[in-house]
Design a protein around this ligand. Structure first.
Ligand SMILES: *Cc1c(COP(=O)(O)O)cnc(C)c1O
Length: 400
């Protein structure tokens, strides 16, 4: 899984991990749809099974198409090694379960992906892991909790759905002092904009379902970092079984080839949409790290190369207004997903925080009028026009 640091990320997205020659001189990575691999020579079989010779035994352990995807994320995240999973949540929970045991202490933030939050609050405590979830905006509180003793620091930045930015380097420094492993979910930023490994993080995780695959037609998860850590994660996958199937691996490989093109277009539109929303009277608040008014804009500039394709905003009038606005949009899916070529709108209540009660959402500062936009690759002007006409319709009906 070699990589060349001097090659641009757009080029890496196309070629990374795919330098090898394929059977039949095919130019595209083949989908190797085989559960097992056959051997005539029992001694050779034994050597491969023991990991002493290269080769494949059974696709829960390794598969050529899946390995190509793993090599590709290594190229993009500048990682030594990677392990692919059936979904992003399988990647997150498996990475956590690999390194945590009864008595471990985890420090993280209140704003993490909904499923991750449930692992922290429901499943890890059950196995005797002490989980402390800090106020996301308070670097001081996070540092203080790390200093009390911490085996694992788990970060996600930008956060979902309020786009808070966490200073990765600062918290990595605190974690290194107490010998904690640091994991970061890099799904929202994408490798185009942020490489947490270069900032000192040990393990980077992606929901490949989102920007990496990019077309909302495959699910997958990726974990990457040093081989000394990845061999443990790979062993966990082998035994616990949430391996990625080769068809999905193929779709994700194909999606990644256009990652740079897509995300560059998406974040250009995201910036324009965020700026437009700031001028809209029916909008109370706009969250986008590319806005100079964003609370952590200075941190975003330091650690990111671009600000990503997710924008969220709060409508005056709460859920009632959300219910009226969303059906007026033409170029948008209303769905619980993000990172696709199509623009997607979703209220926090039905997407990122569907697992939470109203009281829990309020405690997290997530108002009922909050809507997340995953900006697609459509023309910027069309997306803004669509929003403008939707707001106009809502304004006209409310005047009656
Ligand atoms: C979607 C998402 C996940 C979970 O990924 P799945 O592929 O849906 O399991 C994890 N983290 C973030 C930030 C996500 O957006």
């Amino acid at each position: 899984m070699a990589y060349n640091n001097s090659i641009g990320i757009g080029t890496q997205a196309v070629w990374g991990g795919e330098e090898t020659e394929h059977p039949y001189r095919a130019t595209q990575t083949p989908i190797v749809a085989s559960a097992a691999y056959g051997y005539q020579d029992i001694d050779h079989w034994y050597e491969v099974a023991l990991g002493k010779a290269p080769g494949f035994i059974y696709s829960r352990m390794s598969n050529p198409t899946v390995e190509t995807l793993e090599a590709k994320i290594c190229a993009l995240e500048k990682a030594e090694s990677a392990v692919a999973f059936s979904t992003g949540m399988a990647a997150i929970s498996s990475a956590l379960y690999t390194f945590l045991k009864n008595g471990s202490r985890v420090v993280s933030t209140k704003d993490s992906y909904g499923g991750t939050n449930k692992v922290f609050e429901e499943f890890l405590p059950r196995m005797g892991v002490d989980v402390v979830l800090c106020e996301t905006h308070s670097h001081e509180q996070i540092e203080a909790e790390i200093a009390k003793g911490c085996d694992l620091l788990y970060l996600e930045t930008p956060t979902n759905p309020t786009l808070k930015i966490i200073d990765i380097k600062r918290l990595v420094n605190a974690a290194k002092k107490v010998g904690a492993i640091v994991m970061a979910d890099n799904t929202f930023a994408t490798p185009l904009n942020q490489n947490p490994l270069a900032l000192g993080v040990d393990i980077v995780i992606h929901s490949a379902t989102k920007f990496l695959s990019g077309h909302a037609d495959a699910m997958g998860g990726l974990v990457c970092g040093a081989e000394s850590l990845m061999e443990k994660v790979r062993h966990y996958r082998e035994i616990n079984g949430a391996a990625l199937d080769p068809f999905s691996a193929y779709l994700i490989i194909r999606g990644i080839k256009t990652l740079a093109l897509r995300v560059r277009q998406q974040q250009q539109s995201a910036q324009a949409i965020a700026e437009y929303l700031q001028t809209e009277p029916l909008v109370e608040k706009v969250n986008y790290p590319g806005l100079v008014t964003h609370k952590n804009h200075h941190i975003a500039i330091e650690q990111m190369r671009g600000f990503g394709a997710i924008v969220s905003f709060v409508l005056t009038g709460g859920m009632d207004m959300v219910t009226r606005l969303l059906p007026q949009l033409h170029h948008a899916h209303c769905a619980g997903n993000l990172g696709a070529v199509e623009t997607i709108y979703g209220p926090a209540r039905t997407t990122s925080h569907v697992e939470n009660t109203l009281a829990e959402r309020q405690a997290l500062g997530i108002s009922e009028g909050l809507v997340r936009i995953s900006v697609g690759i459509e023309d910027t002007e069309d997306l803004i026009f669509d929003l403008k006409q939707a707001f106009e319709k809502v304004r006209n009906t409310s005047c009656r």
